[in-house]
Design a binder for this molecule. Structure first.
Ligand code: FAD
Length: 388
């Protein structure tokens, strides 16, 4: 067992860090407060070979491992937290499921623009009545000649104000086995995109309404029975979510550490007060522990899809630690940490969202408990109870 990067990984990490310092550091604060997708960063990253790290070379990606993509998130986020969303989009998000299961025609049509930083894709899974219970989704896809007709509503989709294409989870038939997905283009007839709303993080999302929206049958990504495949693709997304949460925690920690080393009160640097030293020691323990869990899940997956259990453990740990550490970092920096000039409060707000998004901490713990007890716990009411 080895707890250090290989020489190749270290060289990659160093080169990504240099790129981030040269091209991204200057506008890091401005970018964090811009709600829209940073296409300028996506184009720069495409030129730098940082889009599609986990996507095969035959599809225009870099043919790297999940671990390489985690390293890229860490190095970018350490300099410009917001820009790491672009690594997430290009290597972990719905694009990864799309590249895995798309037909050659679908990939030829959409991947060049997505990997070139010219277009972004949004994932529509959550609905007003189907959040954690994702398989309760009601959006339907009905065959009609050479097309499918989509009806339903999606909420909270990241990048929806800017996306050119949307990966929409739909119901072709009843039950979990009836769930699959289709690609919907922004201009599709019957597709209505609502006004942007904002999350606490400042990111925007729009309601997506499908009102007899017609999409060609060749836009089906996964037909009925595709839900399990989609969820294994979703574990990749969860690794990226974990990596960003931890990296944002680390960013906040390093800002707070610098502050505590230099800021003096009562005639002494803050770091000389034991009350603060122990805060920093606790933060270091949490960060190091979550880091190992993240690397285990990513390294074991290599180029493939990570294990659901290791991913759940890593995401629950990284989400909680990212938030706790950035929250404590705000405290250690006083009013400066709480102000919009420091980026530390931004890290805290972003980390808070990841405790809900992409499998909330509670849902992950349900998954972990199933592993602990080696049995499935159905979250739904039993039929007999429901009939009462
Ligand atoms: C920043 C952000 C980005 C997002 N991006 C996207 C996106 O791109 N695409 C998309 O489709 N959706 C997206 N979402 C939505 C996200 O997937 C849902 O918010 C999530 O699935 C939870 O659903 P919900 O908000 O409806 O909460 P609910 O499911 O209503 O849950 C409310 C609370 O109850 C808890 N809970 C629910 N069921 C259980 C249970 N069985 N056991 C224990 N606790 C439970 C939850 O953990 C939560 O704390 C995003 C959300 C956020 C915050």
């Amino acid at each position: 067992m080895n707890f250090t990067f290989t020489e190749e990984q270290q060289l990659f990490a160093d080169s990504v860090r240099r790129f981030a310092l040269d091209r991204l550091e200057k506008d890091a604060l401005k970018r964090a407060h811009d709600p829209r997708f940073p296409f300028d960063v996506a184009k720069l990253m495409s030129e730098q070979g940082l889009m599609g790290i986990t996507i095969g070379e035959a599809d225009g990606g870099q043919g790297g491992s999940l671990m390489d993509a985690v390293i890229a998130i860490e190095q970018i986020a350490a300099v410009c937290p917001r820009s790491s969303d672009v690594v997430q989009f290009g290597s972990f998000g719905p694009i990864r499921t799309f590249a895995e299961y798309g037909t050659p025609e679908q990939k030829a049509r959409w991947l060049p623009d997505l990997l070139g930083g010219r277009a972004v894709m949004s994932l529509g899974m959550t609905e007003p009545d189907a959040g954690s219970a994702a398989t309760d989704l009601k959006t339907t896809a009905r065959p009609d000649g050479s097309h499918y007709v989509i009806n339903g509503t999606k909420v909270f989709s990241t990048f929806s104000p800017d996306a050119a294409i949307f990966l929409i989870y739909v119901r072709f038939g009843p039950g979990v086995g009836g769930i699959g997905s289709v690609i919907v283009e922004r201009a599709a007839p019957g597709f209505v995109i609502g006004q942007p709303s904002a999350f606490m993080s400042g990111e925007q999302w729009c309601e997506l309404h499908f009102d007899n929206c017609r999409v060609p049958a060749e836009n089906v990504l996964l037909g009925p029975g595709g839900f399990k495949k989609q969820m294994s693709g979703f574990n990749v997304e969860r690794i990226g979510n974990s990596a960003r949460a931890l990296a944002f925690g680390r960013y906040a920690f390093s800002q707070a550490r610098e502050h505590a080393s230099t800021r003096e009160q009562f005639g002494r640097p803050l770091c000389e007060f034991q009350g603060l030293q122990w805060k920093f020691a606790d933060m270091a323990i949490k960060l190091e522990g979550a880091q190992l869990l993240l690397y285990r899940a990513a390294a074991n997956a290599d180029r493939g899809f990570p294990s659901a259990y290791e991913t759940a453990v890593a995401k629950a740990a990284c989400n909680q630690v990212g938030f706790e550490v950035s929250h404590e970092s705000v405290q250690a920096m006083g009013a400066l940490g709480y102000s919009r000039e420091s980026l530390v409060e931004y890290c805290m707000r972003r980390c808070r969202g990841w405790m809900i998004a992409g499998g909330s901490v509670e849902i992950l713990k349900n998954r972990i408990a199933e592993h602990v007890f080696d049995r499935r716990f159905d979250q739904r009411r039993r039929h007999a109870d429901a009939a009462e």
